[in-house]
Design a protein around this ligand. Sequence first.
Ligand code: IVH
Length: 670
Amino acid sequence: MTEQERIVQLRQELHHHNHAYYVLNAPTITDQEFDERLRELADLEKRHPELADPNSPTQRVGSDLSNDFPTVAHRRPMLSLANTYNRQEVADFFARVSDGLGGEPFEICCELKFDGLSISLHYEHGALVRAVTRGDGVQGDDVTPNVRTIRSIPLHLAPGTWPDEFEIRGEVLMPWSSFERLNREREQREEPLFANPRNAASGTLKSKTTAVVAQRQLDAYLYYLLTDDNAADAGHYELLQQARGWGFKVSREMRKCSTLDEVFQFIDHWDEARRTLPVATDGIVLKVNSLRQQRALGMTAKSPRWAIAYKFQAEQQSTILREVTFQVGRTGVVTPVANMDPVQLSGTIVRRATLHNADFMQQLDLHTGDHVLVEKGGEIIPKIVGIDSAYSGQPRGPRVAFATHCPECGTPLVRAEGEAAHYCPNDAHCPPQIKGRIEHFVSRRAMGIDSLGPETIDEYYRTGLIHGIADLYDLTADQLNGRYGTRERSAQRTIAGIQASRQVPFERVLYALGIRFVGETAARTLARHFGSIDALAAAQLDDLLRVDGIGVTTAESVKSWLADADNAMLIERLRAYGLQMHISHEAEASRSNRLEGKTVVISGVFERHSRDEYKRLIELHGGTNSGSISRKTSFVLAGANMGPAKLEKAGKLGVDILSETDFLALIGEQ
Ligand code: IVH
């Protein structure tokens, strides 16, 4: 067999195994065997660039190439469905259809309403050629390279009677399991969490890097095969069964119903049973099955008359309120939290739920012992939505009042004019605020002292080892060694991380200080404009307001923070420890964006610069440092003695390895 033939053979075989694994859930070879074949194919393709194919199974892992999404018009508009929320509205739909068809018998196909984002797929001669998001319904983004990484979407169809050219629509989803894993990882990296799988799927599909999409493990169900307008009288249900045979993932949870009763049975069943599904659903879709009848019923401007969505109620439970406690955040904002009898809600046991703020509590007129309604909607944190009226008229416990003093430090709370939130003004001495500030200070995007997590900080703070940010720089390895479960090596690593942070550029130091309203962008703007902390401290309010992008709130916050004596002392201590309090002009001059969007892992021993210096160079040129090799890694900067495990992992994932010289050439420093 020639190498060319082997490529064709491997591609066919791997497409088949992908389908068996991701669509049928019935793999016939082990993951390892699959990986071996995939690697063999990748090697052969590298040797035969002339045989490149965007639909090759090797393209499923994505690349670091940046995607721009061209806008394309939909051949037929992507309509949405009218929503209904109760049985009466479903019955009305049923009656409207019956009337519209002049009393002719009809069938309704009931399906799950998947809660993701809709996608339109185009196939030509059995191959995927284009994938477009819904956009505004008239035109959407061409996200084909990203969609190619979704394993359950066939790149080549199984032999069958598919039309030469056709469009099929469906929903791209992030399964609960991938969603939870992704959020766990994001939590560790201190990145903002996705509120629900739909947002996560949508953010992922719009990612500029296909490798990111590949890693996030999206899934797709197809539910609408578009046919010629004058197609014979086929049935929607039957067409989808056929499409399943071509290789598409089509849900088996569909039912053709002839009576309203059957429709309600389907709704009632799935309202409960949907909790066991691997993906999020938010309702049931009802479609007239016959295409001929669909055409007869036609469309309104916004949606078809032959289909409707029935939306499930957000899951709600009733339980007893035992106590309201108050939680103080990093910025001092105080949130009321309901502590309740445990209750099962959307698969988890819930004991606490947010009450938002004082206004909300007052509106509810909450009493201890009340039966409250808890809801877990799109958000991660459950919330109280009301009082369960089934128990009204019963004797009630005492009324719940909002806290007047900070539960952590006892300071009277304040509420700014026009703001909903109460907060504790004692930022200098209130423990959660201090700990929160230290956590923020060491976080990856601030000083990047990554060996200090929230628990360690809490421990060091509680036992009096540190009282604030500046104390970190007084710590010694001896102090940490053996205490708080810290071993010698990790004690040394922590101290090294703290010491290395003295080289962190001024703009990040400014961000790390945690001044209210000064995020990364404002910090960078201010640092570049004023050049040093002294110049910033000397600036008048007007000077601050003249800076592009700095508004009144930020300017006032900066001014009052710097005017505070405790903060001035903190700055002096940090300056004495050697932290960067002004822009390094030499660094500024060599800044570039050559590594923009690149994630780099450093490994081994170097000759020309130290590791920390390389880390700084990576950031200086717009790149991001990362500790471990993954599919997201753009390349490894390798010195002598790179660890064998890392070397193997890089090889396995096809991550490039750059030498010191290659790297310096890349950033233009030779
Ligand atoms: S059919 C013309 N079927 O819900 C009919 N839609 O507002 C086109 N959806 O935009 C849609 N599951 O993103 C259909 N089984 C299903 C669905 C479904 C989810 C989404 C779709 C659409 C929205 C309706």
